[in-house]
Write a protein that binds this ligand. Structure first.
Ligand SMILES: Cc1cc2nc3c(=O)[nH]c(=O)nc-3n(C[C@H](O)[C@H](O)[C@H](O)COP(=O)(O)OP(=O)(O)OC[C@H]3O[C@@H](n4cnc5c(N)ncnc54)[C@H](O)[C@@H]3O)c2cc1C
Length: 434
């Protein structure tokens, strides 16, 4: 078969890997001039490692990602340090990334709330019945079972931060997945995620996959006697096509999809993200904290501050200290139209809260990254609204972050869904050949 994949992110490349190994001709169309998609990174000339445009790490439970790396023979390139995630209480930061650390956290008191939190935490980690949970919103379920105070202090700020106006509608299965799959050790790839993406792309090219960069696909149509015709500058026909872009883009690329499938795509909600990356002359969090969870009600101009070089050594960045300040936002938010300089002005005064000695002249360089599609929003009964991977157009497949569920999106699940789509394409072809 001649197969096209739209997108050289982790999902598209993982699908290409399996389809090529099954003996098919595979061509990837990628509109950017690099591979890696949302998990891609950038590098200054004096850095040995790249930095992800949007903060990225793996969990030890990221089985699909880690087993792909194992198959590729690159286990020795994965590192799992133990960085610290902290939460604010009465103006002080407390470690907050394990059940023990949460039980020691003074913000929840030491009475009934903690006991309830302990039971609810244990229940959510043990149960696999997320289907029952997706019938409730986290906003109703959490205060009812974990207690109002625990919800207000711990979970409500997280939901508000991640889902903005939709936070009361997010289902409880999302929260379950978050508690279930997370580990305290966090992983990365030697050289950064971009190094993994580049090595993977090279492996694919060496095996015969063609990766076309700067190849923006404009439309995909099934034409009689030709198959699926892709327009990306020129027209070219394929037997099968897999799209890994956002649902919104999918509707634009394939307007011939039946109305109910298109409607399903358009009804999916998601949040965008704006992330500022700065390189600093000095370490910001001298306690060595990696991830600061920031309750919006405390008036911070961003949701998370992440000091990457408290996770990966500054040695890899020529001694620079790398800090992210980011937020999940609706695409109309003013941050999307602000210049890099304006965002720097907006964000850096808050840096003093992490280190009172911070001065603006610590900033060496600033980069700002924006995306309209960063975080799908899972509403009630989301499992019933997920668009099928195999679309109603024969030979056309769709695998995006919005179909990753009940788990929260991530490169691990991009690899999982990409490989699942490849398997479906192969078995459908085998069925036809019978
Ligand atoms: C702020 C933020 C933080 C995150 N943190 C983490 C984390 O810590 N750990 C983790 O594992 N994951 C994290 N993720 C999620 C992770 O980046 C994604 O789940 C994953 O990269 C999605 O891969 P994908 O292949 O499905 O899609 P994408 O990476 O979006 O790839 C789709 C590709 O399609 C291309 N494309 C789109 N339209 C066209 C077109 N018309 N023609 C040709 N090409 C096209 C795009 O350029 C892109 O390269 C984070 C994401 C964000 C935004």
């Amino acid at each position: 078969m001649k197969i096209a994949i739209i997108g050289a992110g982790f999902g598209g490349m993982a699908a290409a890997y399996d389809l090529r190994r099954a003996g098919h001709q595979v061509i990837i169309f990628e509109s950017a001039d690099y591979v890696g998609g949302l998990a891609s990174g950038f590098k200054e000339p004096h850095w040995d490692w790249s930095v992800e445009k949007f903060y990225h790490h793996w969990f030890q439970s990221d089985k699909s990602m880690l087993s792909l790396i194992h198959e590729l023979g690159w286990d020795d390139k994965v590192v799992f340090p133990r960085p610290y995630t902290v939460l604010l209480h009465n103006g002080k930061w407390y470690p907050f990334d394990s059940i023990l650390k949460v039980l020691l956290f003074p913000g929840l008191g030491f009475g009934l709330d903690k006991i309830r939190f302990g039971f609810v935490g244990a229940y959510l980690r043990l149960t696999n019945n997320w289907k029952a949970l997706e019938k409730n919103t986290a906003h109703e379920w959490m205060p009812k079972y974990a207690g109002r105070e625990v919800y207000r202090k711990m979970w409500e700020p997280l939901l508000i931060g991640k889902f903005g106006p939709y936070y009361k509608q997010v289902n409880m299965a999302w929260m379950w997945a978050r508690l279930k799959a997370r580990t305290t050790r966090l992983g990365t790839f030697e050289g950064g995620f971009q190094n993994f993406a580049n090595m993977f792309a090279k492996k694919l090219r060496d095996s015969g996959v063609e990766i076309r960069l700067r190849a923006m696909v404009k439309s995909i149509k099934r034409e009689p006697d030709k198959g699926l015709v892709i327009e990306a500058g020129e027209k070219e026909a394929f037997d099968k096509v897999l799209i890994t872009a956002s649902p919104n883009l999918m509707t634009k690329l394939c307007p011939d999809l039946p109305e109910n499938y298109l409607k399903g795509l358009l009804e999916l909600k998601s949040m965008g993200a704006v992330v500022m990356v700065v390189s600093l002359k000095r370490q910001l969090s001298e306690q060595g904290y990696y991830w600061f969870n920031l309750p919006k009600e405390e008036g911070y101009p961003f949701l998370a501050l992440v000091e990457h070089t408290n996770f990966v050594s500054p040695e890899h960045f020529g001694g620079d200290h790398i800090v992210y300040a980011g937020d999940y936002l609706e695409t109309g938010h003013e941050y999307f139209s602000m210049s890099d300089e304006q965002l720097l002005e907006q964000f850096t005064p808050a840096f003093k809260k992490f280190n009172p000695a911070f001065e603006k002249d610590w900033v060496k360089k600033v980069w700002v990254f924006k995306t309209n599609y960063a975080q799908p929003v899972p509403l009630l009964d989301h499992s019933k609204n997920i668009p099928a991977i195999q679309t109603p157009i024969e030979g056309l497949y769709f695998a995006s972050m919005s179909q990753v569920y009940p788990w929260d999106r991530g490169t691990n699940f991009a690899v999982e869904i990409g490989r699942r789509a490849a398997k479906m394409m192969l078995s459908e072809a085998a069925e036809r050949a019978k």
